[in-house]
Design a protein around this ligand. Structure first.
Ligand SMILES: [Zn+2]
Ligand SMILES: [Zn+2]
Length: 263
């Protein structure tokens, strides 16, 4: 599997000086195999998707419908492709199925059309447990986050990674997450806040890089990237935060970074 970080910013996209290193596009990770392209979330990072090449199945997994994770979807370039089917997967959130969650945002009067009006055919799937997408095994765990968020584990050719965005740590959830990440090759973990910021933002549904270390250690995850960077954190802020946890295996995700996972 090849992963590309298309967006690692949390909450709102930013475009300022001093954010060039880590990037300002919101949540989107592109996963490629020989048969499939899977996007984890459809934040504004999805606008950076490479040109569509026919032959590979295209899917999107949505962690939750908070706006930063959907903001890029109306502009997803692949939606312009006729003869392309795009499968979108999510779990029920707020009593809404996957199509219902997308329709809340992409519909009149907030938007002039719905997701099914684009040239590509969009098929929405509401899942309640793991599934398989083009030979990639997908497992789920529900996060602790206002309104809920889904943590995904993807496995292909004996390599795996966990996408744990919009996650706030609790003792109970940590125990579950450590089990869920057991021996994974890569953990992508929501470290939006510094420890001091977290003290003031308890209950907002995000965690810290310091806390990520205990999840990594407990689970035996091989690599870790911190994601969902706070929109007010500059490159200097993020470099300082990164320096306090950085090792050969741990860093803060940079927009445009690619990671190959193979065994
Ligand atoms: Zn978010
Ligand atoms: Zn959220």
């Amino acid at each position: 599997m090849k992963l590309t970080i298309l967006g690692a910013r949390g909450s709102v996209p930013i475009d300022r000086q001093n954010n060039e290193l880590f990037g300002g596009a919101t949540s989107c990770i592109m996963v490629e195999t020989e048969d499939a392209v899977i996007f984890l979330d459809a934040g504004t990072g999805i606008l950076g998707a490479p040109e569509y090449k026919p032959g590979r199945k295209v899917s999107i997994l949505l962690s939750h419908p908070h706006i930063d994770h959907l903001l890029g979807l109306p502009f997803f370039p692949y939606l312009k492709q006729r003869d392309l089917t795009i499968d979108i997967y999510a779990t029920e959130k707020g009593g809404l199925d996957t199509k219902g969650q997308i329709d809340r945002f992409i519909s009149w009067p907030l938007w002039p059309c719905t997701i099914t009006d684009y040239p590509a055919e969009v098929v929405c799937h509401t899942i309640g447990s793991g599934c398989e997408i083009s030979g990639v095994k997908v497992d789920l765990m529900e996060s602790f986050h206002p309104g809920g968020s889904t943590i995904f584990r993807l496995e292909h050719d004996n390599a795996s990674f966990v996408y744990a965005t919009d996650y706030e740590h609790t003792d109970e959830k940590d125990a579950e997450l450590v089990r869920f990440c057991r021996d994974t090759d890569l953990l992508l973990y929501d470290g939006q806040y510094t420890v001091d910021e977290y003290d003031e933002k308890r209950g907002f549904g995000h965690s810290t890089a310091q806390h990520a270390l205990s999840v990594m250690e407990g689970s035996g995850a091989r690599l870790m990237r911190i994601i969902h960077h706070h929109p007010t954190h500059s490159d200097e802020d993020l470099l300082r935060m990164e320096a306090s946890v950085r090792t050969d295996n741990i860093s803060f995700a940079r927009q445009g970074e690619t990671i190959w996972l193979q065994r």
